[in-house]
Design a protein around this ligand. Structure first.
Ligand SMILES: Cc1ncc(Cc2c([C@H](C)O)sc(CCOP(=O)(O)OP(=O)(O)O)c2C)c(N)n1
Ligand SMILES: [Mg+2]
Length: 546
């Protein structure tokens, strides 16, 4: 007999989920038992709910489709909130499944364990970080409610919340309707495409800037075709780094303003027709511009609307716009209007010498590795590791480039490998590792063996660059390499460039357990990109970054 849980699992799977990350509690034990009995989606338990949320987020970003995090009511769900907030900010379709008290308990007159202000406090809190919610306590309504909420997750590419009281998982339930893509107005899409193409054709130096929605809505191949037909150079935003890799279009690099390649930044800031597809216009993507970009002259397609000068086309999903444009373009590529920017230059040919390792040496070593053995997916945390990732390329990358929460890298890398089967390279600072790096202790049990590079500089260096006078940035020297064995992996201390090259070669050759490179960096040793970023922030005398 089909139950609320089995129908929910079928609906999740049909919408792209391939596993569930979770930590149970007594309010969620019946749900976990049903998930395990059903077996349709393997249950991957981790050690702390932030790890659960980041792993589900990483799975969704890397594979496409829904990511799923299952937790208990109260303590578990509240632990998850920051990861769901990051998913909301960065447009990730993360599904939260939370246990909850049974109806008869809610009316017991007793205060329940895990309860906060009221039994609805958790529901109200998730209203702020999700796009849709439902309580699955009525088998009659459950199929339609499941479809409504999961469809919003995919249509908006944002997190959603399902609360399942512990007396409901095994209730009989009918089938959940299939996914309904968003409808759009074809006439409005046509009018928008005509106006947009007219603007591009009148421009002297049009450029295509791609952002996260291009990946979230599975449009990379179609956008690459659009770039080809329009003969437009493709630039990514900081958050969009790694997009269109391997799609056969010339990638001009990542726009980083004053922190990036000066020629590319000048082209972007000087363009008379920036076509921004799916990009979040945020401070991390556009704040450190030498010349403030006037978005009134840009064409910005984001969050189901297209802004062109003073015109707005609402209710127009990115997919609708891309298809309307392609329908108007000759498959033969047009002639480029302006010479494409020079291709980005990434550090290569690491010298195998006794010089102390610097962040850019990690980038050079990874570029040498990928040139030799092919691309490997990157998962990065926040800190100088993320700025170093801008020097690795072109490689696919998942990272919280806008919401900028620490703790993301290791669990998201585990989620990436669990969902795609690809072995990731995880870049993480010592501070962020102290938050969630311990999830590596679950890697062997889950059959995962990421390569983890810890930028061990003994402090919160990114913050120290903004406020050197602060005496609270030091973390001491943690010996992560020697902790690895106790967690089922292998660790190597790396101090020199030749040690880096040898340790990376060893790590790549070893499968079946995670490999940790504990890269000892001198405090204050910054990547060139972070150094330029901080200099730009100070030059623009912007408020200190969060
Ligand atoms: C969950 C969380 N807590 C705090 C911060 C603030 C913060 C940064 C951002 C600006 O908000 S960067 C940073 C230091 C990171 O230290 P580490 O991982 O060692 O990397 P590195 O030494 O390369 O800086 C902190 C504490 C954050 N982004 N996320
Ligand atoms: Mg650090």
């Amino acid at each position: 007999m089909d139950t609320i849980t089995s129908q929910l699992l079928q609906a999740l799977k049909a919408r792209g989920a391939t596993e569930i990350f979770g930590i149970p509690g007594d309010f969620a034990l019946p749900l976990f038992r049903e998930i395990e009995r059903d077996g349709r989606l393997p249950l991957r338990t981790l050690s702390h709910e932030p790890g659960v949320g980041f792993a589900a987020d990483g799975a969704a970003r890397a594979r496409g489709g829904l990511g799923v995090a299952a937790v208990t009511y109260g303590a578990g769900a509240f632990n998850l909130v920051n990861t769901v907030a990051g998913a909301f900010a960065e447009r990730v379709p993360l599904v939260v499944l939370s246990g909850a008290p049974a109806a008869h308990e809610a009316g017991s007159g007793l205060l329940l364990h895990h309860q906060v202000k009221s039994l609805d406090s958790q529901w109200r809190l998730f209203e702020e970080v999700t796009a849709a919610r439902a309580r699955l306590d009525d088998p009659e309504r459950a199929p339609a409610e499941i479809a409504r909420v999961l469809d919003v997750a995919l249509q908006q590419s944002r997190p959603v919340y399902l609360e399942i009281p512990r007396d409901c998982p095994a209730l009989p339930c009918g089938p959940v309707p299939a996914f309904q893509p968003k409808a759009w107005d074809a006439e409005r899409a046509a009018a928008c495409a005509d106006e947009l193409l007219a603007r591009l054709r009148a421009a002297k130096d049009p450029l295509l800037v791609v952002g996260v929605e291009v990946r979230r809505f599975g449009l990379e191949a179609r956008v690459a075709e659009l770039a080809r037909r329009l003969a437009l150079p493709v630039v990514t935003t900081f958050m969009g780094r790694g997009l269109l890799v391997g799609q056969g279009v010339p990638l001009a690099g990542t726009y980083l303003g004053l922190a990036g390649d000066p020629d590319l930044s000048a082209r972007v800031e000087g363009s008379d027709a920036l076509l921004l597809l799916g990009a979040i216009v945020s401070d991390t993507n556009f704040a450190v511009s030498a010349k403030r970009i006037d978005f009134r002259h840009a064409i910005h397609a984001y969050d189901d609307a297209v802004h062109m000068g003073h015109a707005v086309y609402p209710g127009l999903p990115l997919a609708a716009l891309v298809e309307a444009l392609l329908a108007r373009l000759d498959p033969q590529a047009q002639k480029p209007v302006a010479p494409p920017p020079a291709p980005p230059r990434y550090p290569r040919d690491l010298a195998w010498d006794e010089q102390p390792v610097q962040p850019q040496d990690v980038a050079a070593a990874l570029n040498d590795l990928m040139a030799e053995q092919g691309p490997m997916p990157l998962a990065s945390d926040v800190g100088d590791c993320l700025f170093t990732a801008m020097e690795v390329g072109p490689a696919s990358l998942i990272a919280p480039g806008y919401y900028a929460t620490m703790g993301y890298g290791v669990p998201a890398g585990l989620g990436l490998q669990a969902a795609t089967g690809e072995r990731p390279i995880i870049l993480v600072g010592d501070g962020a590792f102290q938050m969630t790096g311990w999830e590596l202790g679950n890697a062997r049990r889950l059959g995962l063996d990421p390569i983890v590079i810890v930028f061990n500089n003994g402090g919160w260096e990114m913050l120290r660059t903004f406020m050197p006078e602060g005496g609270f940035h030091d973390l001491g020297q943690w010996d992560f390499a020697h902790m690895a064995a106790g967690m089922g992996g292998e660790g190597q201390v790396v101090r020199t460039r030749s040690e880096l090259a040898a340790a990376l070669a060893h790590a790549v050759a070893r499968r079946g357990s995670f490999q940790l490179l504990d890269v000892r960096l001198a405090p204050g040793q910054l990547s060139p990109t972070l150094a330029r970023f901080v200099k730009a922030v100070k030059r623009l005398s912007m408020p200190v970054a969060a």
